[in-house]
Design a protein around this ligand. Structure first.
Ligand SMILES: Nc1nc2c(ncn2[C@@H]2O[C@H](COP(=O)(O)OP(=O)(O)OP(=O)(O)O)[C@@H](O)[C@H]2O)c(=O)[nH]1
Ligand SMILES: [Mg+2]
Length: 458
């Protein structure tokens, strides 16, 4: 067990939700955790077994009836000695327990994420598993839950560890060949197999990177932005999808000025949907600012829905995506589709084109098809289940950047114009990049950030 100042104190915290609650779990971890049992006069406990007893204070007066768990380290969440009290969830019970624990020397309340930090430092979990745990606690949709659980259970760790392992073996064998070559009997194949192995791993990692950001979309939500002419029906569509009157709808063009965002759970997919100001030539300063914001939001989206009313054919507005390869994908939506039936004879109405989805919020048609298209775009429904479980997705920019730098190093390592000594060095930086994702090396500066996102008690 790592023995630094980090582990000097025995820490305690409420590990369950806000009181009052049916049950409140107090978690205690540290080298003196066992003395919590003596302090409350708990007679005997069998490790990892529930023990129903009464906790009493120093005067022998009962505090509460509790279930007590005793997890001697290292077989515990943190790897240290851990005690858990399952109490009745009232403020008074918790105050009495915390007051007693606070009198002990070198005992204190835990900081946010401190239990997880200890688990990490004691090698119980790597950084991807810690992040998976954080995501699991924050999960709101089924797909987030599945993905987080898979990462918490080690899916990314297993994959990255196996890549790191094969790099270590490759380096070791090259270095062994180096020693051998001192004896003037140079095996010609060394340079070749370094190239072959490094480039083949680079290809595997590139394939893993080339996932359409689906893991990040599951975790952060699919960012969808509605754009179109004034009165195209953007705010009406947002309200229909949110099933709430969130945005103001009027027949006056230019109603919406600000970007308005709602979070929706569509078919297990978290969708962050934004309504924007209608796009048209305007002298109005407020409207111009609204359009600037609309464009900015659209450029940051994963998917843009470009709305065009059925009675205004050919008026899809997009910020010239043709000339901008970085513009997000656009899905065309033909709104007010109910108007088609009433005025088909007028000749100005355009039927839905092959690449469009026709919707009407008046009679609800096309809304299911639109939702299905959004879910398909996020294409998450089966990604985190079944066979895809063995194909874990990247869930954070942190992972993506490290994997990209790993691929760069591997490409250099595979370059047979470079001297072998340099290429071996690139193998090392490649495996360090993987080590950083796992938190095995050089991550002190990001640890504070990751653990501070946890709640107290985790
Ligand atoms: N018939 C019909 N009318 C619709 C439909 N959707 C919206 N409308 C009407 O079209 C008008 C404009 O709707 P909004 O949702 O405010 O349009 P918008 O695109 O948000 O407009 P701005 O905020 O001005 O850019 C309102 O009078 C709505 O009632 C539809 O599906 N069918
Ligand atoms: Mg609007």
């Amino acid at each position: 067990m790592a023995d630094t100042a980090l582990f000097r104190d025995t820490i305690f915290a409420l590990a369950s939700g806000a009181t009052p609650s049916g049950v409140a779990v107090v978690r205690i971890s540290g080298r003196d955790a066992a003395s919590a049992l003596e302090v409350f006069h708990v007679k005997q406990t069998v490790p990892r077994r529930a023990h129903l007893t009464v906790l009493s204070n120093s005067d022998g007066d009962p505090i509460d009836q509790a279930l007590v768990f005793w997890f001697p380290g290292p077989a515990s969440f943190t790897g240290e000695d851990v005690v858990e009290f399952h109490l009745h969830g009232s403020a008074a019970v918790l105050n009495a327990v915390f007051q007693q624990l606070g009198t002990l020397r070198n005992w204190r309340m835990a900081e946010p994420g401190e239990f997880a930090r200890r688990a990490f430092e004691n090698g119980k979990m790597d950084l991807t598993e810690i992040e998976g745990l954080g995501d699991l606690l924050a999960a709101q949709t089924e797909s987030q839950r599945r993905q987080a659980l898979s990462q918490y259970s080690g899916s990314l760790r297993t994959l990255y560890d196996s890549w790191r392992q094969s790099l270590l073996i490759l380096r070791a064998s090259v270095e062994a060949d180096f020693d051998f070559s001192d004896e003037e009997d140079v095996p010609g194949s060394v340079a070749e197999y370094v190239s072959e192995d490094a480039l083949s791993l680079a290809r595997q990692i590139e394939q893993h990177l080339n996932d359409g950001r689906r893991g990040e979309i599951i975790r952060n939500g699919l960012r969808v932005v509605l754009i179109g002419l004034p009165n195209a029906g953007k705010s009406s569509l947002l309200n229909a999808l949110a099933q709430k009157d969130v945005a103001i709808v009027t027949e006056i063009p230019g109603t919406t000025r600000d970007v308005l965002t709602v979070s929706l759970n569509l078919g297990d997919q978290l969708v962050i949907l934004s309504d924007t100001a209608g796009l048209r030539e305007s002298e109005d300063t407020i409207e111009q600012e609204g359009m600037r914001r609309a464009e900015e939001a659209a450029r940051q989206a994963d998917l843009v829905l470009s709305l065009c009313p059925a009675d205004q054919p050919g008026s899809h507005v997009v910020f010239d995506p043709e000339s901008d390869t970085n513009f997000p994908p656009v899905l065309k939506v033909r709104t007010k589709y109910d108007l088609i039936d009433t005025a088909r004879t007028g000749g100005t109405f355009e039927v839905e084109a092959a690449d469009e989805i026709g919707v009407s919020i008046k009679d609800g048609r096309g809304l299911d098809a639109l939702i299905a298209a959004l879910i398909r775009f996020g294409s998450v429904s089966d990604l985190t289940s079944g066979e895809n479980r063995n194909n874990p997705l990247i869930t954070r920019t942190r992972h993506r950047l490290a994997l990209q730098s790993c691929v760069e190093s591997l490409t250099q390592a595979g370059d047979d114009h470079l001297p072998l000594e340099i290429r071996v060095e690139y193998l090392r930086t490649a495996s360090d990049a993987l080590g950083q994702i796992l938190g095995r090396i050089d991550v002190e500066d990001i640890l504070g950030h990751i653990f501070s996102e946890f709640c107290i008690g985790k």
